[in-house]
Design a protein around this ligand. Structure first.
Ligand SMILES: *[C@@H]1O[C@H](CO)[C@@H](O)[C@H](O)[C@H]1NC(C)=O
Ligand SMILES: *[C@@H]1O[C@H](CO)[C@@H](O)[C@H](O)[C@H]1NC(C)=O
Ligand SMILES: *[C@@H]1O[C@H](CO)[C@@H](O)[C@H](O)[C@H]1NC(C)=O
Ligand SMILES: *[C@@H]1O[C@H](CO)[C@@H](O)[C@H](O)[C@H]1NC(C)=O
Ligand SMILES: *[C@@H]1O[C@H](CO)[C@@H](O)[C@H](O)[C@H]1NC(C)=O
Ligand SMILES: *[C@@H]1O[C@H](CO)[C@@H](O)[C@H](O)[C@H]1NC(C)=O
Length: 463
């Protein structure tokens, strides 16, 4: 397992530098074998951190500092790994962890997580269940909740949480009012909800989802979370008069980009033109997440270049941004000529950082460093996942597009799953999970870590 203290890590790095430095992986973007080998190298490093499948451990949980949501995100990435490469090595682990955390009720609200579970956290898992339905990932045993049904259940639960009473709509970040962050409406929660709506709309053909997609976009725009030039800001604070925090993260652009591409794909006429304008605008502005001088190399613009750096969550964002850029090329094929070269250059640079750690193949965070073959000393699940996803994304040309109910997909749905706020199962969870003071303090700390970004406006990128 690759889990060192910082000082051990520094020592290992010094030794590695003094001795033989591993040769960087040279990605050949024209070779399927090379791409698979690169993605596999990053995936193996990522899975060194996961022990949920071992006796005595909890399936679907990563050790600290990784939060619950990142495992759902990682399982989504591994479903794509299987779908892109055909290698099913991790499928059983993914199935086990998914089912364990989904729970017998199919709500994706395990009691252990309710002290800090936000709408975004729940949705990252639901995005993985949506992917499973769309990719034809093996179905769960018949007596368990099914991929499509769980996705619909989460969608329905989130729809009941739409909060018209404050700032005119939107989802709050947190689900439970005792959690810090309940008064914040973040773009990632609304962006995830938007993307789920668009994908369910395409998969099922049910117009209710398209209506919600429009409603979520319209509110996000009118509340100032989306700017006229398609920047996606972090969120807004209810007590301070719905004031917007202007930090920009790559995954928010990615969520709305892919979601808009789904809408573009399933609409016609002026509706389609509307979504095309959005796809084009987001894609253009997404240029801010590629390095200004290291052309076409993806970076998390607001944290990577600065001394304060990126936190554990933020180190993984490029994984999802890559994933959704690739998906966009399927739903709006004309975007491929813009997107693919950026993914290719980024993947090549990303793999060149995978020369770190005591194993000599640990991937770093800053792909743009320019000093090829250099690892920046950063390591972890997010770093590995981002390299895995940007690399495997290169295999998307020619792959089948996401399945739908009428084409390829056979996951069983549950259109009325979740059943709204008076669901007795839900009330039970709420009663059981009221946190102790200690747990509350833990949740408050995690939240403040993110919210305090507001105080660091020096990091705010004006492009
Ligand atoms: C699938 O992935 C595993 C783990 O990375 C690797 O050991 C195995 O060789 C791969 N299988 C094939 C057929 O490439
Ligand atoms: C909740 O935590 C307990 C104690 O660690 C563990 O036994 C249980 O499996 C966990 N449940 C889930 C769904 O993670
Ligand atoms: C469902 O679809 C998957 C992927 O195409 C396929 O492997 C599986 O056999 C199908 N199951 C049924 C019951 O049709
Ligand atoms: C709150 O925002 C509204 C609309 O922007 C503005 O008219 C009002 O003056 C603001 N109130 C405070 C207290 O800032
Ligand atoms: C919608 O997606 C399909 C599948 O990727 C693609 O073949 C089709 O061209 C897309 N439609 C439009 C209008 O781009
Ligand atoms: C369409 O979706 C909505 C929202 O989940 C649901 O209430 C409705 O039953 C669905 N309609 C059909 C025909 O499945």
């Amino acid at each position: 397992m690759r889990w060192f203290s910082a000082s051990k890590l520094a020592a290992a790095w010094t030794v590695a530098n003094a001795a033989v430095r591993s040769a960087a992986f040279e990605l050949d973007v024209g070779s399927t074998e090379s791409i698979i080998a690169g993605a596999t190298l990053a995936a193996e490093g990522m899975m060194h951190y996961y022990h949920g499948n071992e006796p005595g451990n909890t399936p679907g949980i990563l050790p600290p500092p990784y939060y619950w949501w990142e495992v759902g995100a990682m399982f989504g990435g591994l479903m794509d790994y299987w779908w892109y490469t055909g290698n099913d090595t991790w499928n059983d682990i993914v199935m086990q962890g998914m089912l364990f955390q989904i729970g017998g009720d199919g709500l994706l609200m395990p009691a252990n997580q309710t002290t800090s579970e936000g709408n975004d956290d729940q949705a990252f898992w639901a995005i993985a269940t949506m992917m499973a339905a769309e990719r034809g990932f093996p179905n769960p045993p018949a007596h368990k909740p099914q991929w499509l049904g769980v996705t619909q259940t989460v969608f329905n639960l989130q729809a009941t949480r739409w909060d018209k009473a404050n700032c005119n709509g939107g989802l709050r970040w947190q689900i439970f009012q005792w959690n810090n962050g309940y008064t914040y409406k973040n773009t990632v929660s609304n962006g995830c909800f938007f993307q789920l709506a668009t994908r369910l709309a395409r998969y099922t053909g049910n117009a209710t989802y398209s209506e919600w997609a429009n409603k979520i976009w319209d509110w996000s725009y009118s509340s100032g979370l989306i700017s006229d030039d398609y920047r996606f800001y972090d969120g807004l604070d209810i007590p301070s008069n719905c004031t917007v925090n202007h930090n920009q993260w790559s995954y928010n652009a990615g969520l709305f980009l892919a979601g808009s591409a789904f809408m573009y794909n399933i609409t016609t006429g002026s509706e389609q033109a509307k979504w095309k304008t959005r796809v084009d605008g987001i894609l253009w502005m997404a240029g801010v997440f590629f390095h200004p001088t290291q052309t076409n190399i993806m970076y998390e613009a607001i944290c990577e270049p600065y001394p304060r750096g990126c936190n554990t969550d933020q180190k993984s964002f490029k994984a999802y941004f890559s994933r959704w850029l690739a998906l966009t090329t399927q739903m709006a094929p004309y975007t491929a000529e813009t997107i693919m070269p950026k993914l290719q250059v980024s993947a090549k640079a990303a793999l060149e950082t995978c020369v770190g750690g005591s194993d000599g193949v640990t991937c770093g965070l800053k792909w743009y460093k320019g000093d090829w073959g250099a690892w920046d000393g950063s390591y972890g699940v997010g770093e590995q996942m981002a390299v895995m996803e940007v690399t495997q994304s290169l295999l998307i040309p020619g792959k089948p597009s996401p399945f739908t109910e009428v084409k390829g997909g056979n996951s069983t749905g549950n259109p009325s799953g979740g059943g709204g706020g008076d669901n007795p199962q839900l009330s039970a969870i709420i009663d059981l999970s009221r946190p102790t003071a200690g747990q509350r303090a833990g949740a408050a700390f995690a939240t403040l870590t993110v919210l305090s970004m507001t105080g660091y406006m020096v990091y705010y990128m004006v492009t």
